[in-house]
Design a protein around this ligand. Structure first.
Ligand SMILES: [Zn+2]
Length: 192
């Protein structure tokens, strides 16, 4: 497993259980233990099944893709019932397969406009400790910087309407506001 002090995606589960697992991210570079609040607010102890190092610029996007592509298995919050999809406990291979869109049993997810333009990826832009912001990159090469303090889904919505030409009231755009609810207050393994 990776050093928990570097930006990473994690998979946790209730200790000793066979139930759903939680996919989350920890973007902090300097957390003392890498497990701040791991068990706070949760009546059962959690164990870390996997940590995967992902560059900070791609971390939030990776989490988003995993949550979208596993939505068939969504249980609650950031918890997903996916153990049956993971062969021989190979969480790393599973996460890579989901991120590549090649894992068996997952759903496709894309954001495409009527003119054929499509969101290629989202990037977190970090500039010397300044406020984080997100950039949406189109398959055509165009990119839109959402500016400081806008959440990733908010920037996706702006991009969908302004560049992809989607109707703000369309199901695809409205769905961006119904992202997996992050239960940060009670069920967190670290800030993001
Ligand atoms: Zn484009």
């Amino acid at each position: 497993m990776v050093n928990p002090a570097v930006p990473h995606l994690y998979v946790v589960a209730e200790e000793g259980g066979e139930g759903p697992v939680k996919f989350g991210i920890n973007a902090s570079r300097d957390s003392a233990t890498g497990r701040p609040g791991l068990n706070s607010g949760n009546p059962r102890r959690l164990e870390v099944l996997h940590r995967q190092r992902i560059p900070l610029a791609d971390l939030r996007w990776a989490e988003w893709l995993i949550h979208q592509r596993l939505r068939l298995y969504h249980e609650r919050g950031e918890w997903f019932d996916v153990r049956r999809l993971v062969e021989n406990g190979d969480w790393e291979g599973f996460v890579e397969g989901v991120l590549a869109g090649t894992a068996d049993g997952i759903e496709e997810w894309s954001l495409r406009g009527p003119t054929g333009h499509e969101l290629a990826r989202m990037e977190r832009v970090s500039e010397h400790g300044g406020p984080r912001h997100f950039r949406a990159v189109c398959e055509c090469g165009f990119d839109m910087d959402g500016g400081p303090r806008l959440s990733m889904p908010t920037v996706q919505k702006l991009f969908a309407v302004q560049h992809l030409g989607l109707d703000p009231a369309s199901p695809a755009v409205r769905a961006l506001g119904r992202q997996i609810h992050h239960q940060r207050a009670t069920d967190d393994v670290g800030g993001s």
